[in-house]
Design a protein around this ligand. Sequence first.
Ligand code: ADP
Ligand code: MG
Length: 638
Amino acid sequence: MSQQETGGKLQIWLTVLCAVFLLAGIVSEHLFLWPNEVSVTFYILSYLTGGYSGFVETIKHLRQFQLNIDFLMIFAALGAAVIDQWIEGATLLFLFSLSGALETYALGKSRNAIHSLLKLRPSEGLLKMEDGSEKLVPIEELEVGQVVIVKPGEHIPIDGKIVKGQTSVNEATITGESMPVSKGIGESVFAATLNENGVIEIEVTRRASDTTVAKIIQLVEEAQKSKAQTQRFLDTFEPRYALAVVVSVILLIFIPWGVFGQDFDPTFYRAMTVLVVASPCALIISTPASIISAIANGAKNGVLFKGGAYVEHAVDIDTIAFDKTGTLTKGEPEVTDLISFDRDNEKFSEDGSEVLEMLAIAAGCEYHSEHHLAHAIVKKAEELHVDLTRVDDMQSTPGQGVEGKLNGHHVSVGNSQMFNKQLEKWNPMISEKADFLREQGKTVVFVVQDEIALGVIALADKVREDAKIVVSKLQSLGIKQIVMLTGDNKGVAKSVAAELNISHVYAELLPEKKVDIIKKLREKGVVAMVGDGVNDAPALAVSDIGIAMGAAGTDVALETADIVLMGDDLTKLPYLLWLSRKAKKVVWQNIAFSLSVILFLLVCVFTIELPLTIGVIGHEGSTLLVVLNGLRLLKKGK
Ligand code: ADP
Ligand code: MG
């Protein structure tokens, strides 16, 4: 509720003071029988302390010509004072203030759940100085390029790249996956993850304020502040509802008293009780209490929702489009075949110096490319100890390949779309060779110099082990359509799709085409696109919900997606659907419960003349129950 902004500690103190003054008032009035002025003074003090935060909120809203629930409470308490029901008025304010403080505490718990990550990040790192000595320095002082030593059993203080040593790292804080990952030289490590068994030296790649863990926390905080759809609706509904309550209450006073001549005091008292029980405190808090907890739960499991709206919207997903490479497959292709052609394209060779020469040119072209295939080709060249040829002016065409300049020649590596025109001029045996490799489910790229084919490289990527289970689980969770999109050739696409039982496959797509397909799919349903976020950014952006996977360390993915899976783990998808559905269920439980309590208490006011104090307890009690129900979503779950 709005009170939570007034600051937790102050509110607790004010609540305590409110109770103390209330008790003093009761004692002075009923025990010592002191003059009325004394007790009333205590009650007024109790009003002032108990009503302070609500008053501040009321003023804030009135300035925008809006009524809110705090206004209703203050109004009810003042009404009680008018008919000399000080104790009930003060009890109302006390309970209101108390439940406000408890809510602040409870919601703070969800908000801070993610902050525990920061506690895992050491505040100092062991810096290796240039003279070889070691020095502990605060992480804020670490600069990119410096080397930090991390011992076994310690948490890693900063994002970096291993330059010495070998270890296994538990990255649960970032990816939600607690199986240790083994890491060696050249691999990235993240601040706040646990170095399990080796001494490693890491080169700092990000300053303390830019680390992945710092970004996660920032994103989660922003997400928790943003509003879910239901909450937006309730927010616009609050002032109108409050106004309706005020008008009804005025009518409830004036019609029985003015028109029918009933006694003023009991009529007024009943109207005040209606005012309290009809206030929608529980209703207003129902959504944020649940969504904030769900976001925290997600973050602890390596799933970042970029806003409450996505927690709710994920429930509606009925179509999931997967990018193939790096999402359904491991994204770690390996070179399987290297075939070179002679100048006249008449002779093939699978070994010898021509093959290595071709590989050297290909790897030179690919050296600066971020593409999975590029990494595989460069790796192969390194394994075979081939010196990379220096290629200048490298340029890449997404979905096709790369090109550059080599000693005045134009060299390129890419798929058949890239060499559409040249293909016909080449010896047909080249296409046949390529087709033959594709039939084996391999990705084929051509290495070309000045329009002449130097050779082909075939690569194969493995399907992720859990992909098949995840696909069938998603289907059983009610996802109507699972689609695979890929820039790779049809042969590979079909073989992967067959293995995973995916019936809708679109292959040989340029990134723009992926966008068109997503748009088409969106005409029929709510589409989530799952991709690695680097070359899939446009498709992620046009989908209803863009889900980036394996995003730890890649900023682009963190920025373009709506939901981010930090780890490289497909099983987080069913978890994500489960969590959002559960959150939505809790939201609706809360809404239904709050409305029922309001109705029930209203009926009681008119049938059994419900006392104001009981009304207040019922009202505040239901608010707290709603918050606690929301907190259940913090539990780890599946
Ligand atoms: P996916 O849809 O599988 O993620 P991309 O759109 O990234 O694939 O690429 C599609 C195809 O474009 C690849 O299968 C490959 O044939 C070609 N390609 C893209 N980038 C490169 C590159 N750097 N080197 C060689 N081929 C590439
Ligand atoms: Mg891709």
